[in-house]
Design a protein around this ligand. Structure first.
Ligand code: PEP
Ligand code: CO
Length: 453
């Protein structure tokens, strides 16, 4: 290993800046950047180390097959969409899905939103060309603005402060909803289940909902209290830790724990495009104590995975490292067993999570990005089957979804077609499961559990 790749060197919150930095814009006004980062660094943290450590324990349980992680939300949050309704809908769908999964898998579910900070996006091209004009690509609201003008596309450091504020507003509202009566949405009588009868699985789905209802009624009559009053619902935040300036500014050394924590979120992940073992992102992530995820895809070699395990979790700390495999329905059969082999030979403890979205993106004839519901299910099914056959646990699922009735992915019980996509296609980036499709995925996961898979 040459010196530039030596990860045993001294880690500092800014040591990533000595590595090859990808997917982070060059800010034109360096002085302004420093002013913003100083501001960000002195603002209160968005999350706390005790929440982070509690999550790590729950992830360790999921590693051992004693819990299941449901991670979901938008591909990219936008500042405009930081509204009461949007937060409510996202929380609602994740809560409802979690109840279905708990009933099917008979395991606790760890709920993690892709929210309160999912504002920065990797791009395959640095520049976007329209009508002969080339401008910097839009990289998410944390970095620049989407209208195609030179001013909007110029990376603006102040957007990091605006993102921090919106993340704080979102978390504040989520915490209040969870502390209040919102959790009553556990009850299937509050769910929107009209779609179920359109599915060939209708009978099984109805039976599942009956079981959930009976279970909750039984619990409540036995304890004399409502389920959400009896047990506090935990909810955690996550986002892709892409803009390392933002992450670094909120990274603090906590004396009582003698470790550094990234306090922008509980559970950041490294995206597929920034997962080079010797790159800036891996360097930053190796030094923070948070539980972290790393996306691994068809392009991840066995050697790279081996190095990631070593660099990101040298002490093999339980709950620390999640491998989020996003291979696509066609590649998973070949690649996942290879990954499992590498991890087994390394003796590494990881949480295995399946992202069935990012390996299954297609473009329709009319140029819209979409994903087919049956491909998403096929990848999930394959993941569960392969892990069971290999003696490893599929410990979670990572989804792009919204609680709203968008039309971005095709298929599902209502059989959305390419032609239907135009009706409510709202994503700026990747296509999300809508409310019904997301509930259907939860029911499939639960059904597999009920069948003992
Ligand atoms: C994402 O999660 O939105 C994303 C960009 O995924 P990946 O890094 O797996 O491509
Ligand atoms: Co995405």
């Amino acid at each position: 290993m040459d010196a530039s790749r030596d990860s045993s060197g001294q880690w500092q919150p800014d040591s990533w800046q000595n590595r090859i930095v990808t997917q982070i814009p060059a800010y034109g006004d360096a002085a302004r950047l420093q002013v913003v980062l100083r501001d960000l660094a002195r603002l209160p943290p968005l999350v706390t180390s005790w929440e982070i450590e509690a999550l790590k324990e729950r992830l360790a349980a999921a590693q051992q097959g004693r819990a299941f992680v449901l991670q979901g939300g938008d591909c990219a949050e936008t500042f405009d969409d930081c509204t009461s309704d949007s937060v409510v809908q996202k929380l609602k769908i994740l809560l409802q899905m979690s109840v279905v999964i708990i009933a099917g898998l008979k395991r606790p579910v760890v709920r993690v939103g892709r929210m309160a900070g999912q504002y920065a996006k990797p791009r395959s091209e640095d520049r976007e060309i329209r009508g002969g004009e080339a401008l910097p690509s839009y990289r998410g609201d944390l970095v620049n603005r989407s209208p195609f003008t030179p001013e909007d596309r110029e990376p603006d450091p102040a957007l990091m402060l605006r993102g921090y504020e919106r993340a704080a507003l979102t978390l504040n509202f989520v915490r209040a909803l969870i502390d209040g009566g919102f959790a009553d949405l556990h009850h299937p009588e509050n769910w929107d289940l009209a779609w179920v009868s359109h599915s060939p699985m209708a009978e099984r789905y109805h039976e599942m909902v009956r079981k959930v209802t009976d279970g909750l009624d039984y619990f409540e009559s036995l304890t004399g209290s409502k389920i959400h009053e009896a047990r506090r619902v935990d909810f955690y935040a996550s986002h892709e830790g892409l803009n390392l300036h933002y992450e670094q500014a909120q990274t603090r050394f906590l004396k009582h724990r003698t470790r550094w924590y990234d306090l922008t979120t509980h559970y950041p992940w490294i995206g597929a495009r920034t997962s080079a073992p010797d790159g800036a992102h891996v360097e930053f992530f190796r030094g923070i104590a948070n539980p972290i995820g790393v996306k691994i895809g068809p392009g991840t070699s066995a050697a790279a995975l081996r190095e990631l395990l070593q660099v990101l979790n040298p002490a093999n700390e339980p709950g620390r490292l999640t491998l989020i495999h996003r291979l696509g329905a066609t590649r998973i059969e070949e690649k996942l067993p290879e990954f499992i082999d590498v991890v087994r030979h390394a003796g590494a403890m990881v949480l295995w999570m399946c992202d069935p979205m990012h390996g299954n993106t297609e473009v329709t004839q009319s140029g819209l990005k979409t994903r087919r519901f049956d491909r998403i299910l096929a990848e999930l099914e394959a993941a569960a089957r392969i892990h069971a056959a290999q003696g490893t646990h599929l410990g979670g699922v990572h989804l792009e979804l919204t609680g709203e009735h968008v039309t971005e992915c095709t298929g599902g019980a209502r059989g959305l077609t390419d032609a239907d996509l135009h009706a409510a296609y709202r994503t700026q980036v990747d296509p999300r499961l809508n409310y019904e499709q997301a509930m259907e995925v939860a029911m499939r996961i639960a059904d597999r559990g009920a069948r003992g898979g």
